[in-house]
Design a protein around this ligand. Sequence first.
Ligand code: FAD
Length: 412
Amino acid sequence: MRENNADIVIIGASHAGGEVGFRLRQGGFAGSIALLGAEAYLPYQRPPLSKAFLAGEVSAEALLIRPAAAYEKANINWHPSTLVTAIDRVAHRLTLAPEQHFTYGKLILATGGRARTLPLPGAGLAGIHTLRSIADVEALRADFVPGQRLVIVGAGYIGLEVAAVAVKQGLDVEIVEFAPRALARVAGPELSAFYEAVHRKAGVRFRFNTGVDGFTGEAGRVQAVRCADGTVLPADLVLVAAGLVPNVELAQGAGLAVGNGIVVDEFCRTSDPDILAIGDCTEFPLPFLGKRVRLESVPNAQEQARVAASVLAGAPSAYNAVPWFWSDQYDRKLQSVGLSQGYDQVVMRPPRTPEGFIAFYLREGRVIAADCVNAIAEFGAAKKLVAEKTVVDPTLLADPEIDLKSLLLAKA
Ligand code: FAD
């Protein structure tokens, strides 16, 4: 039986887990750090998976957030292809593969999430894909042949980003979406309409207001998608882009509180004083919104890594960030900040750049969110307007001749 140990053990080697190790070292932590990850790769950038990596424009090596030498230098002991299956909180002991154990002083759960699969007839047929990892993209790319019919289930960011790459590569693309519009869960109708138009112009077809009932195939391979409205869509390959399921089972099995993620406070502390949790797998109080949320974004993973490291270094510094996110489709860069739910007014700011605009979302006269399309130069100021929930005159906000920074200065 093999036994290993470290003062701090991190489970999950990705955006959150990778970052927290370096943050600990920057804060002066001198004890041993082990980074256990189920994947075979050092922490890598997931955002390019549905963009440049899928398009074949960058290699897997280029996705690494830091090179192997950086972990060696920081003395962070990375254990690849290591799946943790159980936590014994009393003994401070993890079970890895059978006959292998790891003991910890403090534990950080950074287990992220996995792509949601659909438990429908035919879901196991070859040619049906999900997208979360390098391995997923490699499998999907192998099926990317010009002229093939790709059906994407779900018009969220990942579905749309894949559609953009696929249609550019000559695939025939149709997106099936349960909601009445694209990006319905995360964006206002104005942004949805804009992206739908961009995709339609590129040749992508949408089928809204219908779910998927199942998949049919021949010789074990998918041939069609059966929609709930009775339509049968011929398909050579399918991408199920139906959201993320947080990996909470390990925490749940250990008796930690779990809601819409592993329950933590604003310091990333779970109900066990020796266990913290960070990243996509957590549900936490967001002061900016005044409610508990679970966020799926790189900036959130980084902020929670910062917070957890501050706690373990003995100088706790609470979560203090405004949620933001980006998406690349065709030559449009979207940067979204804040959460628009509950807005009562939309102010459209016309483009300063070709095909660009900003949609500001206001509630009771205050800016609560902004979607910036091809407006990189103005994103910083838009972010500040949102962070400070600035009260603004909508006519000034809509005027591209007015510098957004001046609205910040003008606030009461
Ligand atoms: P994850 O990245 O999910 O990593 C968790 C890791 O933990 C995984 O490697 C997993 O294998 C490992 N793990 C889980 N359980 C165990 C266990 N029991 N034992 C050992 N290891 C375990 N965000 C943006 O901000 N902008 C974007 O444009 C954007 N685009 C995206 C595009 C795609 C295709 C995807 C998939 C995500 C995108 N995201 C984007 C979201 C972003 O990648 C996530 O928010 C981020 O990866 C979260 O990091 P994490 O470390 O919390 O979790």
